[in-house]
Design a protein around this ligand. Structure first.
Ligand SMILES: Cc1cc2nc3c(=O)[nH]c(=O)nc-3n(C[C@H](O)[C@H](O)[C@H](O)COP(=O)(O)OP(=O)(O)OC[C@H]3O[C@@H](n4cnc5c(N)ncnc54)[C@H](O)[C@@H]3O)c2cc1C
Length: 262
């Protein structure tokens, strides 16, 4: 079986972000990490690889040259190789642009399953898995909290607000996973060392047959009109108790009632 894991390089969620004059995120001024949700898809791919002989897992990342660190991090979990799509013209692409790039990159690749996180921690549109499945004309099983494979058949428990749905499809297909699916492992020292020499193919837009005028900021379907910084945190209200516990408890109950928590 051949599994592809698309992974995204994202700014560290704890970092203070800066926005450039064109209202795009300044990704170079902050520390970047592997998107957390992609650790669950990598873990799921590893578990399939461990129980299915002759399974190869390939990382796919769309991002600038510097995203190679993210790709190597993904490889350090024990994956087999990587494809990086990098091109100056990609900068500023929105979800539709990224989906088109991933779709074009995969059009000439052999694969049975595409396993990915359901959302990125920065843009968080949750659109990419379904968008490029549509592009490739294959099924998308999204929000998977459990994945079973029987021959070519996939069976997914799909998390919803009220419980879960059971959905099935034949491979090839896209499956996007949620946190509940597994507990990701940590990379081992051996894995980190091995990641340095794993095969990595770097491709440009031209290599995957995409015209630069199809993607990038100028060709995005969406446009950022305004960016507003988060308001500074308000000082909290301190409640002094007289030692009886009654004053403090009443103040706490009043506070929770006023906010409709109780
Ligand atoms: C270099 C670069 C510059 C960008 N600049 C801008 C910008 O200025 N303005 C803007 O609006 N958008 C920009 N984007 C696009 C944006 O950050 C998102 O990648 C895009 O909108 C996809 O949406 P999402 O991250 O919300 O994906 P989601 O649908 O939330 O993510 C779901 C899954 O899709 C996969 N995925 C998402 N992105 C990638 C990727 N790049 N490579 C591989 N797998 C991926 C991951 O598996 C992820 O878990 C840029 C992207 C890149 C790579």
């Amino acid at each position: 079986m051949r599994i592809i894991c698309p992974v995204k390089r994202v700014p560290d969620t704890a970092a203070t972000k800066a926005v450039k004059d064109d209202l795009t995120l300044d990704r170079e001024s902050v520390e970047t990490v592997l998107n957390a949700n992609d650790e669950w898809s990598i873990e799921e791919a590893l578990r399939i690889k461990e129980r299915t002989p002759d399974t190869e897992v390939i990382v796919l990342c769309v991002g600038p040259e510097q995203a190679q660190t993210t790709v190597r991090k993904a490889l350090s979990y024990g994956l087999d190789g990587a494809i990086q799509i990098t091109d100056d013209a990609i900068a500023g692409s929105d979800a539709a642009g990224i989906a088109e790039i991933i779709g074009s990159a995969l059009a000439d690749e052999e694969f049975d399953l595409i396993l990915m996180g359901n959302q990125s921690s920065d843009a968080r549109t949750l659109l990419v898995p379904a968008m490029f499945a549509e592009y490739l004309d294959i099924p998308a099983l999204t929000y998977a909290r459990k994945l079973d494979i029987d021959g070519a058949k996939l069976r997914v428990e799909r998390e919803t607000a009220s419980g879960y749905q059971v959905v099935e499809a034949e491979m090839p297909a896209v499956v996007s996973v949620v946190e509940a699916i597994n507990e990701p492992r940590y990379p081992t020292f051996k894995g980190i060392m091995a990641a340095k020499s794993k095969p990595m193919t770097v491709k440009s837009l031209d290599d995957i047959g995409l015209d630069p005028t199809q993607v990038g900021l100028a060709n995005a379907w969406t446009q950022v009109l305004e960016v507003t910084p988060k308001p500074p945190r308000q000082a909290g209200e301190k409640v002094e108790d007289d030692g009886s516990g009654t004053v403090g408890a009443k103040a706490l109950a009043d506070f929770l009632t006023s906010r409709k928590f109780i």
